[in-house]
Design a protein around this ligand. Structure first.
Ligand code: FPP
Length: 322
């Protein structure tokens, strides 16, 4: 099957967009992306012309040509791993790896927004990460606040909706305040959902969902409580978002590390040896192409849905599962 060419900066699959991306309109509710240039993080110049989004190299051009814009995942979730090893290999302190990790995150957020993926989730801080040395934890919190301060205007300008999943109440007050401001500011944006998992643990999320359901049942005076899949999904932190179609993990570990355990039931898993600070736009395209080669059967015998296809409320219906 010939892939539908991918047109950066314009509507997927539209020739007009390829010829004149600067004037073409993207999806009705997703304005054309105006992000700053990845290679120049200090610049917050909006990208107004296609020249600023030329493929970085021949490899990227070839990958983009192969990518089918009609079969992109609706939700990509990423376990960003390997910052520490990246730094250690360069005889640098671990925090230098985190600093470069932020740069990689920025590049991937921009790339996903340009690809018009509806949702990107980044695992930034797990509940287990509190056990790291206090200085590293403090550094990560500071880094997050700096990231928000620097990037929020660009995120908002590009119609990206930022949300947080995890037990936010346990985060330091200053971090919570910044996060509240950022999520409120972008709450009515209609472009890509950028979900950052902070103080996140999937088991804790499921516990929170059950407690919320039980509380509701008690408040309604229900003598008996029975949950079903849809009800559970609607009480998770990710309620309303599509389940991830693709889970990427960097740095080679074959684990899911308590990340979105419920939601990744049918996700395709892509593990790369690349350490997170080296995970570039090119590496992302490779992951997306690998995903497009997979046959998704949901337990049945044939691929009955194309990747990314969703039921109307975002989560797959039980009937679709094998
Ligand atoms: C794993 O590296 C990464 C983390 C603990 C998360 C930190 C993520 C960033 C700094 C990216 C920033 C993201 C946003 C949204 C601003 P590791 O320390 O576990 O690496 P190692 O396994 O090699 O030690």
């Amino acid at each position: 099957m010939t892939p539908t060419p991918l047109l950066i900066g314009g509507k997927r699959g539209s020739k007009l967009a390829r010829q004149s991306p600067a004037t073409s309109k993207s999806c009705a509710d997703t304005p054309r992306v105006l992000l700053s240039v990845a290679d120049n993080p200090s610049s917050d110049l909006p990208v107004k012309t296609p020249e600023l989004w030329k493929p970085a190299n021949r490899q990227e051009t070839e990958l983009l040509d192969k990518l089918d814009s009609k079969r992109l995942p609706h939700h990509v979730a990423i376990i960003m791993d390997g910052n520490g090893r990246w730094a250690e290999r360069r005889h640098l302190p671990r925090v230098a790896g985190h600093q470069r990790g932020v740069k990689a995150a920025r590049e991937i957020i921009e790339a996903c927004a340009r690809l018009e993926l509806p949702c990107l989730t980044l695992y930034a801080f797990s509940r287990e990460n509190w056990t790291r040395p206090q200085a590293e934890v403090d550094f990560l919190m500071r880094l997050l606040r700096e990231y928000l301060k620097r990037e929020l205007p660009t995120i908002h300008k590009n119609n990206i909706r930022l949300s947080i999943i995890g037990r936010e109440s346990d985060l330091p007050d200053a971090v919570r305040k910044d996060l509240d401001r950022a999520t409120q500011l972008t709450s009515t944006n209609t472009g890509m959902n950028l979900v950052v998992a902070l103080n996140y643990g999937a088991r804790a999320e499921i516990v929170d969902a059950f407690n919320a359901m039980l509380q509701k049942a008690r408040a309604n005076g229900q003598a008996e409580f029975r949950a079903n899949e849809e009800e559970i999904a609607s009480h998770l932190y990710t309620a309303g978002l599509p389940d991830p179609d693709l889970l990427i993990r960097t740095s080679g570990e074959m684990r899911v590390s308590n990340f979105l355990l419920w939601q990744i039931a049918y996700a395709e898993i892509y593990v790369t040896e690349t350490l997170w600070p080296d995970f570039s736009r090119t590496r992302l395209l490779e992951a997306l192409l690998d995903y497009q080669k997979r046959e998704r059967r949901y337990g049945g015998l044939t691929a009955t849905r194309s990747p990314g296809e969703r039921s109307s409320h975002g989560n797959r219906s039980a009937a679709a599962k094998g």
